[in-house]
Design a protein around this ligand. Structure first.
Ligand code: NAD
Length: 247
């Protein structure tokens, strides 16, 4: 393991541009359940009933009641994995993070350049006038919440059946095509089009470094190597290794 941490640190030091793609796994150590791991969200809630845009349009109050129960989303704090990535950005070794997460924890940890591929559940957007507000600024006493224009507020995360925000899609493609190293952290890489990002980077010649306690669809074939460890353990070790190399 130490060898792979060292190899990752070397790769980041010598690359002109490194980016990261993160998924639910990086927030697992902050207490937010992943979707697909045992005990994850999809074990508790049927995605057909709660996570599609059709379900939201059909029964917005029901989807909002699930959201209200999902207290981890409001109380979670960043973990050493998030802080480690923010440090790498500050040290000049990480250009940006493309995240599939909707929990705002990268920004809470201090990362500045975060591309939110699936939106942000800590914000709401009016389905009629597009007004966007922080979740804490609206009352959840009666559900669904309504905008002053009369439209229904929807959590600003991307639901299944909704398009990826155009700016996030375009910028992610651009970053993937022009990076030399991509860190792929805590994602099972089965949700498309996000799962294409490491493949696009690989085809453009980038080195793909995965951090995940489990093997994924990328591990054989796309990844150059897998650091089989929790993000909150491996990322701080990479930061420490880079610091040690510099001193
Ligand atoms: P996923 O649930 O499909 O996969 C999670 C991956 O993280 C797995 O491969 C698992 O082995 C790995 N993992 C678990 N613990 C880890 C740890 N401590 N360190 C590193 N890796 C760990 O998640 P996904 O690939 O992100 O796809 C699910 C979709 O669900 C995403 O689109 C995302 O938007 C959404 N989601 C977001 C959150 C969040 O915002 N925190 C939470 C759940 C799901």
């Amino acid at each position: 393991m130490t060898d792979l941490i060292h190899r990752a640190a070397q790769a980041l030091r010598s690359a002109r541009k490194t980016i990261a793609l993160t998924g639910a796994g990086i927030s697992a150590e902050s207490g937010i359940p992943t979707f697909r791991d045992p005990g994850g969200l999809w074990d508790r809630y049927d995605p057909e009933e709660y996570a599609t845009i059709e379900a939201f349009r059909r029964t917005p109050g029901k989807v909002w009641r699930m959201m209200k129960d999902f207290t981890e989303l409001k109380t979670a704090r960043p973990n050493p994995g998030h802080y480690g990535l923010a440090q790498l950005e500050q040290m000049g070794f990480l250009r940006c993070i493309i995240t599939q997460n909707v929990d705002n924890l990268h920004q809470d940890a201090g990362s500045r350049d975060v591309i939110e591929f699936h939106g942000n559940m800590r914000q709401v957007i009016c389905q009629q006038c597009d007004k966007t507000l922080p979740l804490e600024d609206i009352s959840l006493e009666t559900l669904p919440p309504y905008c002053s224009c009369g439209g229904v507020f929807k959590p600003a995360g991307v639901f299944f059946g909704e398009p990826i925000p155009m700016h996030a899609m375009l910028r992610s493609q651009e970053e993937a095509q022009s990076c030399e190293v991509i860190l792929v952290i805590g994602t099972s890489a089965v949700v498309y089009p996000a799962a294409d990002i490491p493949r696009v980077a690989k085809e453009a010649g980038a080195q793909v470094i995965e951090i995940n306690p489990e093997r994924t669809d990328l591990t054989s074939g796309v990844s150059d190597f897998l650091i089989q460890e929790k993000a909150g353990v491996a990322i701080p070790q990479i930061v420490a290794a880079i610091r040690a190399m510099a001193s």
